[in-house]
Ligand binder design. Structure first.
Ligand code: PLP
Length: 371
């Protein structure tokens, strides 16, 4: 037998550029800022660790984990606990994801027919656009108004033009923090020819939900996550909706997407949910004074928030971001992400102490004579 070398068949080089999709080669990698040694107020994390007693309980539960076995591919007990503790409708299905990021990706893969469109409002959560691109689906972003409310005529017009298979609406919205008018959301749902995903990642801080819409609208899914509630490290998100949708999505899901340790830890946390909801209440209680302090500053324009972060505008966003960072506080620079976010910054509500440190760093940055 004669052996053929690759070079005898095809003279072209083999490298990522010759093999991978060109749009992937053109992307920049998702950047997470280094926060070592800083006051970390950039990622909407709950600033409070679990109390000692609960950490002990968690440690004991995790010690019994059967990590030599594959996880339960569809943990019914965990779903039942979510249903009961988070008051999810009994007649709706639940699908678990490795964070809600994974669910966004599943949804985009599911609709990725050649002419499909995924739609969102802009600015909103970047993963909608990123996951659409990953799945090779066209993404259409419809700008919000200056005050970050939905431009209903523009959105309805765009829906009629592009007939999106998927429409993402984050309620409250990230990175703007506001809640959309539920009446507008309901009217938009009634005009949508595809699935409308209501992303309630910040539900714990908003005090309202669109879950009741599931009963009356056949094309709605409601997505939640435990991340912003205080379990960002576990990676557990879920979507609630009718079996006819979630049964199909479940076929796309990797069977072991939620690992053993996450299943156990989430179970423990949900059985002690009052700890996390208590922390969420403390965060909400800190939000109003943080907004008030920002509003008192003559150079700051602060936007209303129903989430665990506050978005505000300063005269020079990038310079202020850098000044705050130089003083040891990491927030998020939104300038450049979208024209509506010009000179905007986003700060996560931290502990009272962290918020004080942030406000001092901001005041010093905006007016060095204060120091
Ligand atoms: C943070 C966030 C998510 C992602 O949550 P994970 O469950 O941690 O993946 C989803 N949607 C919005 C709007 C978010 O801000």
């Amino acid at each position: 037998m004669e052996t053929l070398n690759r070079a005898d068949i095809d003279a072209g080089p083999v490298n990522p550029a010759s093999v991978f999709r060109p749009e992937i080669l053109a992307w920049k990698a998702y950047h997470v800022a280094d926060s070592t040694g800083m006051v970390k107020l950039d990622a909407m994390e709950n600033p409070y660790p679990l109390p000692d007693a609960l950490r002990q309980t968690l440690g004991k539960a995790l010690a019994d984990a059967a990590i030599h076995r594959y996880p339960d591919p569809s943990p019914q007990a965990l779903k039942a606990l979510l249903r009961e503790r988070l008051e999810l409708p009994a007649d709706m299905e639940i699908l678990l994801g490795n964070g809600s990021d994974e669910i966004i990706q599943l949804l985009c893969m599911a609709v990725a027919r050649p002419d499909a469109v995924v739609m969102g409002v802009e600015p909103s959560f970047v993963m909608y656009r990123v996951s659409a691109a990953t799945a090779g689906v066209r993404y259409e972003g419809v700008p919000l108004r200056d005050d970050f409310s939905i431009d209903e005529p523009a959105l309805v017009q765009s829906i009629e033009k592009h007939r999106p298979a998927l429409l993402f609406l984050a309620c409250p919205n990230n990175p703007t923090g506001n809640m959309f008018d539920p009446e507008v959301v309901r009217r938009v749902i009634s005009r949508a020819p595809g699935v409308v995903v209501i992303d309630e990642a910040y539900h714990a801080f908003a005090g309202t939900t669109h879950l009741p819409v599931l009963a009356s609208s056949e094309n709605v899914l409601v997505m939640r996550t435990l991340s912003k509630l205080g379990l960002a490290g576990l990676r557990l998100g879920f979507v609630v909706g009718r079996h006819e949708w979630l049964g199909e999505l479940d076929k796309l899901r990797m069977p072991y997407n939620v690992n053993v340790l996450t299943q156990i830890a989430a179970g423990v946390a949900l059985r002690h949910l009052e700890v996390l909801t208590g922390q969420a209440r403390a965060i909400v209680a800190e939000r109003a004074p943080l907004i008030a302090a920002l509003a008192r500053h003559p150079l700051v324009h602060v936007f209303p928030s129903s989430a665990n972060f506050v978005t505000f505008r300063v005269p020079d966003g990038p310079a202020t971001f850098a000044g705050i960072k130089a003083r040891g506080v990491l927030i998020k620079n939104l300038h450049g992400a979208h024209p509506l976010l010009a000179n905007c910054l986003r700060v996560t509500v931290g502990t009272p102490q962290e918020n004080r440190v942030f406000l001092e760093a901001l005041a010093l940055t905006l007016d060095p004579r204060n120091g």
